[in-house]
Design a protein around this ligand. Structure first.
Ligand code: SAH
Length: 395
């Protein structure tokens, strides 16, 4: 006969047998998950709505807190499901108020999220991949090989974690600190399209996290074939990491340009669904001394984007250890901005934020490395052994 087991040991064991995480499921998936554990058909839609409200409006972390649900229903949920978030490994706060979290989900899967407070608004910069495949020469993340795409749960989990840390629950509260979400952290969001789309549907769901799509901006280095789909299927605002309008320069600093050259990229921008003067495309332009910052470059830039409703975000280059570039001189940035401005484009210079904690644009990087399958299996066995040990501890 099996020895009697304490209830906490049972809890720990069922934790190991991987219950489904409800955070990050699409509405239809949540509904299906409830049906799959025997919630009656006619109750499932309402139960799904209630759970949704607890998860995304109130930031519930466990089923026990869901006080308007019957006790036995909550117990049944806890048996079958979890409400899992990324684990916060570190939180750093810059002397300018910028915050950076290093988050972890699976063994070795670490990624960063940054909150940038400004007067009257607060921007959350989230990651879409661990590492990146693009190798932009000036970007620190680009020196970290792609480990893997983040899942919808890991992407939406970044918003959930930040809202929690900043006291932004419930989602319906006024004067929330996070007003905007930008996909400008680690990774190329258009190379993780399906997961990003699902996560952004959750982030913009009016009955949940409730960010308006206008306040969600996806930044891409220029995955041209996916740009129109981003407009149609995600419906967010678009930012393009442009950085040069000369193919011979862009080929070097943003190598994806060799695959999708400027002519194609700019055509995709002109055709971006929903683009208008009220809804401009943001062109990001990192100022690299002696590389792309001449006044001729500025004139060329405004010529190239003529006719596209746009604003140009000039980003002083943020250094990182071993970076092969320097930031343009401040005077040069101002002169460059003036040319762009006189041509009729807003050209704010992005104030570097959080440089002291390596949280500024292009400085994000985690220690995660891609493991070979055998190494990953070993890491997982180790983690399993640790939780087995934990489960054996007396309660
Ligand atoms: N892969 C996407 C999302 C990353 S967004 C993209 O490229 O758009 C990160 C932004 O920071 C991009 O505009 C990127 O070009 C910019 N950036 C990268 N490294 C930088 C650095 N060292 N200094 C300033 N901006 C940088």
């Amino acid at each position: 006969m099996a020895p009697a087991m304490s209830s906490s040991a049972r809890d720990k064991i069922s934790e190991m047998t991987k219950r489904t995480n409800l955070v990050g499921l699409a509405p239809a998936e949540l509904h299906a998950a409830l049906l799959a554990v025997g919630v009656p058909d006619k109750a499932a839609a309402m139960r799904a709505r209630q759970l949704w409200n607890w998860i995304y409006v109130h930031g519930a972390r466990d089923f026990g807190a869901m006080t308007n649900l019957a006790k036995d229903f909550r117990a049944k949920m806890a048996e079958s499901f979890v409400l899992e978030r990324p684990q916060v490994v570190t939180e750093q706060i810059s002397n300018d108020g910028t915050r950076k979290w290093l988050l972890r989900t699976d063994p070795g899967i670490e990624f960063e999220t940054v909150f940038i407070p400004e007067p009257g608004r607060g921007t959350l910069c989230i990651s879409s991949q661990v590492g990146c495949t693009l190798n932009c020469r000036f970007c620190h993340t680009g020196t970290q090989k792609l480990v893997r795409n983040l899942t919808p749960s890991e992407i939406v989990g970044q918003v959930v974690i930040a809202r929690e840390a900043l006291g932004d629950w419930p989602s319906t509260k006024e004067n929330r600190r996070i007003t905007n979400v930008v996909l400008m952290g680690m990774g190329e969001p258009l190379y993780n399209f399906d997961n990003v789309r699902q996560a952004m549907a959750l982030v913009s769901d009016g009955d949940g996290l409730a960010f308006s799509k206008r306040r969600i901006t996806l930044s891409t280095a220029g995955v041209v074939p996916m740009i129109a789909r981003a407009g149609h299927e995600i419906g967010c605002s678009l930012a393009i990491s442009l950085h040069s309008v000369r193919d011979e320069v862009r080929d070097v600093i943003v190598p994806i340009n060799r695959k999708y050259p400027l002519r194609e990229l700019l055509a995709a921008c002109r055709a971006y669904p929903g683009v208008s003067n009220a809804r401009r495309i943001t062109f990001e332009y990192v100022m690299l001394k002696g590389v792309n910052d001449s006044l001729a470059d500025a004139r060329e830039l405004v010529r190239a984007i003529r006719g596209i409703p746009a604003k140009i975000n000039l980003i002083p280059f943020n250094p990182w250890p071993g970076a092969p570039y320097e930031c343009s001189d401040w005077e040069q940035i101002e002169k460059f901005a003036e040319i762009v401005n006189r041509a009729g484009y807003a050209s704010p210079v992005r104030t570097p934020r959080g440089r002291d904690i390596m949280a500024a644009c292009g400085q994000l990087k985690s220690e995660s490395v891609k493991l070979r399958a055998s190494e990953r299996a070993a890491a997982e066995t180790l983690a399993q052994m640790r939780s087995d040990e934990l489960a054996r501890l007396p309660s």
